[in-house]
Design a protein around this ligand. Structure first.
Ligand code: S3P
Length: 448
């Protein structure tokens, strides 16, 4: 089934050398946060480079439903006139977050400490995903949640009329949960403290500080202790969204496995909490370099250059790196197939509750394409076959998951026989220009 209508089957044929420049879209995580924080301050926030994928457009729609004015001008710049911390209006319709776990979880946090009620839903993928990880800490602020069995959407949140600040240790490595608690803490008096044992992406902390909130992060024996002072007067910002490393992963990995390739992927956000894939690829022997490393809008940014890498070798990915590359394991598993030896990925149980069970989805599709894989609850081992030796020829189910669809299409660029996906329509959630961008580099992806 498709994310938003008719399924779009796609097939990727073996490609000649990929070359040129890949201008990938804006960062999805930062785009959601820019819209939400823009909606939480009085005045105009101006956003350049916003990702115009379905996930983020659904968040823009939601911010309008909570009372913010959100517009896009003719030059593609977005303007948010916010309502202030605690200023959200009660929406008069159900909030549909489509495919986006980040959207729904962050918005639930942002509204949970206001005296309003909102009902959330999503597509078939999102409505299967666990929400208790967010509603449990929101209950500590005084919010109530009523959803389907197992804490699934559709779900109604009754915001706390008199919120209290909380101290919360996040039980899973999740930036969405951490961010939901911080956003809820914005409208609670006093200090809200979030503790994470494993560092996850810190865009919320950086952006909250940028909008003028008092937020302090300390590295302690307990982990990272983040203290936010509630009820700040946020100050509207001009934000330039860096390009998404999670989207850059696809042209980068394609270049590494297609013989003769040389691709430049400019302006990629290299926040250390996001860049684990690139470190891993370099350890595998990838010819991947960072050019023009600089800082933009509080985030490290570089131009990535990826070339065909004839001597890729399998490695053991350190489990403590998992959070910094959590969305990149599917495409890493594809690169691993073209390496010599086994690639071992452990500590990755969160992959089972993403847009799909990503270990199961990749295991099924790779096995059907002639690859040997073993998997367990939180681990996964891919046996590399080496360049030129991967049969392919399979049709893979994308399970409403953009990253599964794109990973298999990348695989098909270097297999002996083409690789198909049953539905590429979810790609529009994060990377709407994927087909055109890959075609521009020389890839051969066809619909059907
Ligand atoms: C995200 C956090 C991650 C990631 C998702 C985006 C975010 O999810 O998988 O694509 O923007 O905070 P978890 O927080 O569930 O790990």
């Amino acid at each position: 089934m498709s994310a938003h209508g008719t399924p779009i089957p796609m097939t990727s044929q073996r490609s000649g050398p990929l070359s040129g420049q890949a201008d990938v879209p804006g960062d999805k995580s930062i785009s959601h946060r820019a819209l939400i924080l823009g909606a939480l301050c009085v005045g105009e926030t101006v956003i350049t480079g916003l990702l115009e994928g379905d996930d983020v457009l659904d968040t823009a729609k939601a911010m309008r439903a909570f009372g913010a004015e959100v517009t896009r001008d003719a030059s593609g710049i977005w303007h948010v006139h916010g309502v202030g911390v605690g200023g959200f209006a009660e929406p008069n319709q159900v909030i549909d977050c489509g495919n986006s776990g980040t959207g729904v979880r962050l918005i639930m946090g942002a509204m949970a400490t206001s005296p309003i009620t909102a009902t959330f839903t999503g597509d078939a993928s999102l409505n299967k995903r666990p929400m208790a990880r967010v509603t449990d800490p929101l209950a500590l602020f005084g919010a109530q949640a009523v959803g389907r069995a197992g804490g699934r959407l559709p779900m109604t949140i009754v915001g706390a009329a008199e919120p209290v600040p909380v101290r919360y240790t996040v039980p899973v490595a999740s930036a969405q949960v951490k961010s939901a608690v911080l956003l809820a803490g914005l409208n609670a008096p006093g200090q809200t403290v979030v503790i994470e044992r494993e560092a996850t992406r810190d865009h919320s902390e950086r952006m909250l500080a940028g909008f003028g909130a008092e937020i302090v992060t300390e590295e302690t024996a307990e982990g990272r202790v983040i203290t936010l002072t509630g009820q700040p007067e946020l100050v509207p910002q001009r934000i330039t969204v860096p390009r998404d490393p999670s989207s850059a992963a696809f042209p980068v990995c394609a270049a590494l496995i297609v013989p003769g390739s040389d691709v430049l992927v400019p302006n990629i956000g290299l926040n250390p909490t996001r860049a684990g894939l690139f470190t891993t690829l370099r350890e595998m022997g990838a010819d991947l370099t960072y050019e023009n490393l600089r800082e933009e809008g509080g985030e490290p940014v570089a131009d990535l250059r990826a070339r065909f890498s004839p001597d890729l070798k399998g490695i053991e990915v350190p489990p403590e790196r998992a959070a910094s590359m959590i969305d990149e394991y599917p495409v890493l598993s594809v690169v691993a197939v073209f390496a010599q030896g086994a690639t071992v990925m452990r500590g990755v149980k969160e992959l089972r509750v993403k847009e799909s069970d990503r270990i199961a989805a990749m295991t099924a599709g790779l096995r059907a394409g002639g690859v040997t894989i073993e998997d367990g609850p939180d681990w996964w081992i891919v046996q590399g076959l080496g360049h030129g030796k991967v049969p392919g020829g399979q049709t893979c189910a994308s399970h409403l998951d953009h990253r599964i669809a794109m990973s298999f299409l990348v695989m098909g660029m270097a297999t002996q026989a083409p690789v198909s996906v049953d539905d590429g329509s979810p790609i529009a959630t994060s990377f709407p220009v994927f087909e055109a961008l890959m075609a521009g580099l020389g890839a051969d992806i066809r619909r059907g």
